[in-house]
Design a protein around this ligand. Structure first.
Ligand code: NAP
Length: 285
């Protein structure tokens, strides 16, 4: 990271925007902040931030970072900010199409545009584990190498502004599926009095073994070769059936395994019973 300090405008001081502004202040940047509810700026002003009365005032900086709740709430703020000739780094979560829409608007306004997604919680911002994925203008991304690493490890994915949002949703899908599976497991073992603190260490070591399966699954998806001498899809579909039946028997909601069992059964019916689990992608695509 270079040593130069920049003027950074931050639009939005919710949990995440406040954490971003705090990390920028911590790195010595000159930070101006705007929020619909200005009282939230208090702790940042104590640390040296300047309060902007309008989005446009915050946007008269080298780079503008926006982190509002949704794209719908963000667009009027961006239009009021009118950051023509500056770089806009948009860290509001949305869909790839929404990101491409703002990129198009930015191009029409003469704004350099970088879209980003934050793979961290506010408390992680500025700590080594935090990663932020970016896409959009490579030149604008490169020009902000003094600023972006302060927030989290920056990873540039490509010039399609929608790519970061696509990765975000794909990665969150993995997180939500894992959490759904874990909550189902806790409910199931809980029917026999096993507590979360007893079960969680076993779940964690199993999760790390499951992580080891991912590269092989990825290779099979890439090649379309689903041959296996490890574990056939039909056996896994039957296992899901056992989990669903046991869940019902223990009196808990079987929705999590039932959704997967239906998908696996469809893949078996389509002729993939002897193939590897990777073949289920044929039913998802
Ligand atoms: P938050 O604490 O609820 O803050 C929401 C922000 O949006 C506040 O600044 C709020 O202003 C502003 N806002 C809402 N409606 C508005 C409107 N109509 N006009 C102007 N401003 C409006 O949310 P957050 O956790 O900071 O999340 C912000 C973004 O970061 C979201 O897109 C979220 O998906 C993303 N993100 C969050 C996390 C996380 O762990 N929190 C992780 C990754 C990504 P007021 O203060 O005036 O209400």
């Amino acid at each position: 990271m270079g040593e130069s300090k920049k003027q950074v405008g931050v639009l939005g001081l919710g949990r995440m925007g406040s954490a971003l502004a705090g990390a920028l202040l911590g790195a010595g940047h000159d930070v101006s902040v705007w929020n619909r509810s200005p009282l939230k700026a208090g702790p940042l002003l104590d640390r040296g931030a300047r309060l902007a009365a309008t989005p446009a005032e915050a946007a008269s900086a080298d780079v503008v970072i926006s982190c509002l709740s949704t794209y719908d709430t963000q667009q009027p703020v961006l239009e009021a900010a009118a950051p023509a000739g500056r770089t806009l780094v948009n860290l509001t979560s949305g869909t790839p199409e929404q990101a491409r829409g703002v990129a198009k608007w930015a191009a029409s306004e003469g704004v350099e545009y970088v879209d980003g997604v934050i793979m961290a919680v506010p408390q992680g911002i500025g700590t080594p584990g935090a990663r932020i994925l970016y896409s959009g203008s490579a030149a604008a991304f490169d020009a902000q190498r003094d600023v972006l690493p302060v927030l989290g490890e920056p990873v540039f994915l490509g010039e399609d502004a929608g790519l970061a949002a696509l990765y975000d949703l794909a990665l969150l899908g993995i997180m939500w599926s894992t959490m759904g599976g874990f909550l189902h497991a806790l409910a199931l073992v809980g029917t026999e009095g096993v507590t979360p603190s007893t079960f969680t260490p076993t779940a964690l070591s199993w999760l790390s073994a499951v992580g080891g399966f991912l590269p092989g699954i990825g290779e099979q998806v890439a090649s379309g070769d689903y041959e296996t001498d490890v574990s056939a899809l039909a056996i896994n579909a039957a296992g899901l059936g056992l989990l669903e039946e046991t869940s019902r028997g223990q009196g808990i909601n079987p929705a999590v395994p039932a959704a997967l069992r239906e998908l696996f059964d469809r893949a078996v019916a389509a002729g993939h019973g002897a193939h590897a689990i990777a073949s289920v992608i044929e039913e998802i695509r």
